[in-house]
Ligand binder design. Sequence first.
Ligand code: PMT
Length: 398
Amino acid sequence: MTLKNKRIVLGVCGGIAAYKSILLLRLLKKEGAHVRVIMTKNAGYFVGPTTFEALSEKPVCMDLFEKTDDAAISHIKWADEADAVVVAPATANMIAKMANGLADDALSTFLLAVTTPVLVCPAMNTNMLLHPATQRNLETLRSDGFEVLETDFGKMACGTTGPGRLPDAEYILDRLKACLFSKDYEGKTVLVSAGPTREFIDPVRFISNPSSGKMGYAIARAAEQRGACVILVTGPTALEAPYHVEALPVDSARDMAKAVFENMDRADVIIKTAAVGDYRAKTQADQKIKKQNEELVLELVQNQDILKELGARKTRQFLVGFAAETRDLAANAGEKLKKKNLDIIVGNLVGSPDSGFQADTNKVTLFFKDGSSEALPLLGKDEVAHILLDRILEKNGN
Ligand code: PMT
């Protein structure tokens, strides 16, 4: 889900990567989070507190003994209130303090008092990172329950190339969201199909549909954030694959069928969001079809129904289909649920700009194998994804 109204504390330490925490702050605000910034004095040499104050719209805490904003007690108050904490960049010094329970400035004191999830994003010179003391401290943080990001590899400010760079703000945001979810899909493999298929009629033309992949990618992202190992079989889309999923790009329905059947045995849950072409051209022209007559008749043949075949072959897999319908949602979806031997079918009302193809939101009804159903209000596709994942666990006896 989004970070709307979540209380996030952003800890900033003194490193050249401190400028990236401004981008992170902007992303957090864009998500609707309430962000409080605690920065070390050294961070102030790289980016001034005024910038953080202006962007967070809240006073910044730098000093335990400041007279403003009740700074002397704010670290305790914020520690009690925070939903999650992100320290970016986390310097070797702050990591060492955290690993040893030191509390000698506002940020380290806060970090000792906080009990909510803390995402630590190290960034430093390569040699400092690889120093046995830093590695030991990072290991301590991990075993103490902190979520510690791997650094990026690349050219450093000091001119050397190696590990130690702060990952992009988008990635940090994604991992922060992951910190907020319980890992209720840990140990499970979820196979998701997403996007459209393309059925070429000649080398330059194809039959397809308007699926953007947003719904399927949202499910893949949500499952990964909840600890699943995710296989994403995806038709052509303009989207970046979610982090840490195994993305298998395909074109046609036959490619999709092959990728799905090859991987189905690895999956505990299969969710078929893809809008698969029901038909393909009987023959695909080797050369571009020339414009000749007024009319051109294309002969089409049916593609295999991948979901139906999955329903016939499934063993332990929990199987979820989607049904894109313009009318008679319950009747049409219900029929597909039975015919394809599904555990859940997501009836998706399409044809309005805020639901179905390409929209960021979706209006769906979940139909369950036991005959019950649940109509959801218009929600973001991320929210639909999480509710669907919740119901899968409930119905699957978890
Ligand atoms: O990608 P977005 O822009 O976010 O849009 C999302 C969506 C509208 C595509 C999605 O929410 C959705 O409704 N997907 C199902 C679309 C569809 O093809 O529905 P269907 O009723 O034709 O197919 C029913 C089910 O059978 C689907 O799970 C489909 O993946 C599967 N199927 C269909 C035909 C086929 N040959 N093989 C299949 O596996």
